[in-house]
Structure formats: structure tokens, C-alpha cells
Design a binder for this molecule. Sequence first.
Ligand code: FAD
Length: 451
Amino acid sequence: MKVKVVIIGCTHAGTSAAQQILKTHPATEVTIYERHDNISFLSCGISLYLGGTVKSLDDMFYATPQDLAQLGAHIYTQHDVYQLDVGKKQLLVENLITGRKFVDHYDKLVLATGSVPVIPPLQGVSLPNVLICKDYADATRIAASAQVKKHIAIIGGGYIGVELAESYSNTAHQVTLINGLHPLLSHYVDTDFAAQIATDLAAHGVELKLNETALKFDSDAQHVYIQTNKAEYQADLAVVCVGFRPQTDLVAGQLTLNQDGSLHVDRYMRTSDPAVFAAGDAVAVHYNPTQSDAYTPLATNAVRQGLLVGMNIFRSTLADIGTQATSALHLYGKTLASTGLTLARAQKHGFDAAVAKLTDNYRPEFMPTTTPIDMRLVYDRATHRILGGQLYSQYDIAQSANLLSVCIQNKNTIEQLAFVDMLFSPYYDRPLNYLNQLALTAVEQEATAKP
Ligand SMILES: Cc1cc2nc3c(=O)[nH]c(=O)nc-3n(C[C@H](O)[C@H](O)[C@H](O)COP(=O)(O)OP(=O)(O)OC[C@H]3O[C@@H](n4cnc5c(N)ncnc54)[C@H](O)[C@@H]3O)c2cc1C
């Protein structure tokens, strides 16, 4: 008899798990339930579409239900799993088109239920001209409103808020960015870098309201009014993007959850129930810089964890090696890339951390052109281990953040990065690559530092 695997949720973690299960174990009976009428939507497409980089939101899917059906999956979109009993291996499902409810069972279950936007409990947050930004339905609402709304207020200065601010400001919208509790992009960069990013946003017309917290929304037929702890602002539309929380209500009280509600999984993506695996935004990742669980909802983690579910579902084959939450964003022709811990977060985690700073041209000045790169390397003064890095430049430094990610993964020290072999060609870099040079700055800083 075929083993039956049920997958709940089919964006990145669910799609990747389904593809891998059917690739490595084609005899498996795979049933997928997805609430939406689509699968695999890349949310990064929202700002790309708003900014005109991609022409259609429909280009932002990389798999269709038909693709998974062709691989052999039974896929049910617009089906909501509204109850789960892991003891009985039983789920209750509602067909959202017909309203029919039915029971299904599994031998093994994959939870790929992802995350939902944090919606602060503020008066007026569900008004029609207050939007959130996550899935395809949100994307179509945001895209349609951009045609008619001129003044956009963005609540939240994480990477989604900043990306939206860039896209709106590049397309003749008036933009107000309100960011309260934490500094701009505080998960990714330290405050001096955040100040540079704020300068770039302001230079492109984004009105920044920093250290301000939205308290309530009001609206009339045309406008939305945002009351903060300091002032009231009028806009045509507000977009709230203040973070995500794991969607794990189905298993609350049944499986081990972390304090933030994310699922705890082991290195083989197993939850506390041996028949239940999980991947993606519903799950806490193993975060290498601190060697602990952390909630870092990223598509990169979701796809990798989905693959691991597929590889490990019948036999523990390949263990997860954890993550550094490496990310990049594009801002007015510059690339901001970061990996691992910022200095502030490293210190918060108890490290005796320091940061080396360097601004240097990526290649020699005798070449026809060159471009400066602003760099930060965060390291542990006790062990000299690299904990994080940040790069900001008009030069495309995205892959250098990936290299720093590998260094953190491998527990490399600042000395090892300073002397690791990297190519030299004046087309690409100097005899010492800019990352060698950045790490050398850290080495010299430590050599001259008072104990
Ligand atoms: C605007 C934006 C830009 C982003 N840009 C990037 C980026 O550039 N790089 C990056 O790495 N990450 C990015 N992310 C993050 C990335 O989108 C998420 O990490 C990723 O979507 C997580 O995938 P997932 O499959 O785990 O969960 P989700 O995308 O949350 O999908 C979960 C799915 O499960 C379904 N589901 C949940 N519960 C049920 C149920 N009970 N029954 C049926 N179906 C259910 C949901 O309908 C949903 O489709 C971005 C996110 C946003 C919002």
C-alpha cells in the first residue's frame, strides 16, 4: 500500500517539499491542501511590479497546481484545513468554493502553513484603505490602488516597507514612511548604515517619520488619517508592514512550539510528533551566529527546508546546516546586502562584539571606472569569529554577502577571511579583495585594541 503524505500549505515550503518527495519517492501518494487559488507566489514581485521592473504579477509564480498534478500530486487549492488531530492523524478540510466539509487522514504530514502579517491591534487597521502586503491577493489590491492613489503612507521600516517606499517613490507617488519601535532595517544593518539608507530614501522624496509609532487610523471617502504618538498624517492609502508571525494555530497544544509560536523542528525537519514534518515560515530556523532557534521568515529558508523534508521524510538522510538569514535589497541603483548579526544584535546576544568599518573602491582607480563599497564586519572579540556583515554600494556586492555567509557558517575568523585566497584581476578587484581588506581592518583593529 502507498504511504500517504498530506501537505498543508503550498507556497514555497509546500511546493518544494512536494516536488522533492515526488522526485525521490515517486510511489508516494501526495495530497496537498492550499487555501489560496494559486501556489508558489513570490512576494518580492509586489515591489518589482509596482516599480515597473516586472510587467505582470502573474510572472511571479514558478509552479502551477497542474505542474504538481503532473508530478503525481493530488492538489486541492481553495481548500482550508480548519482542524487537525495529530493523535488520530486526521484533518478536517473545507472546500472553500462549495462549502463541503470532509475528513482526511495521513501517514505523514508536512506543515507548510507559513506566516501571516502582524496586524497591530489598532483602531481602523481593517479600513478599506489600509492594506497589508504578503500574498497574491494583497499584491493585486496594492497594484490596483497604485493606479489611483497618489500619497502612500507606509507603516514599518523593515525590508518590505523600504522596498515599497522605493517602488512607490520611483513611480511618481508621494511617500511617507513611518517607522517606530526599532531603527530602520534594524534586523539587517547597524544604525550608521540605517542613517545612510534614510538619506538615500529622503533624497528620492520619501518623507521619513522615524521614532514614530502609528496609534490609529481613520478615513473618509478619499483619505486615510494616521495618528502617531507625535502627529497626524493624511494619505490616500496606508500599507502596514510591521512583520510576520508563524501560522501554527492548527497545532497549538499538540506540537512543541517556541515562545513566538513558531514550530520547533530538529535538523531533519521533524516536529515533536514523529509523523509530522514542518518547513518554512511556520518554523524557527537554526541560526548559526547564535547557535540557537530564531524566527527568520525568508523564502530561502522555506525552499531549503522544503527540500530537506522531501529528503528526510522516510529516512533521516540529510541534516539541516542552519542559516545566517542572508538577504539583499535593491535601493535606487544600490545593493544593500547583509548576513548574520548586526553589532547591536550581537551585543544583545551577549557577545563581546566589535565592528570593523571600511569604505573602499572595489577595483583599482587606474581602471576606467570604479565604485566605492561601504562595508561592516561584525566579529566576536573573544574568539575572532565572524558574526555578521553588511555591504552597501552601487556596485553589485550581493554575492559578497553570500561569501560572508559561508564564513559564518564555517565559523571562520577575521584572520582567515583576511588571508583567504581570492583572485586578483584589475577588472574585478585589487590584489587583496575588498573582503580580505575589510577583515584585515578588523585584524589590525584588534591588534591595536586595549585588552
Ligand atoms: C513583500 C514580501 C517580499 C519578500 N521578499 C523576499 C525576498 O526577497 N527574499 C526572501 O528570501 N524572502 C522574501 N519574503 C519572505 C517570503 O515570502 C516568505 O519567507 C515565504 O513566503 C515563506 O514561504 P512558506 O511557504 O513557508 O509560507 P507562506 O508563503 O506563508 O505560505 C503558506 C501557505 O500555506 C497556506 N495555508 C496556511 N494555513 C493553511 C490551512 N490551514 N489550510 C490550507 N492552506 C493553508 C497559505 O494559504 C499559504 O499559501 C518576502 C515576503 C514578502 C511579504
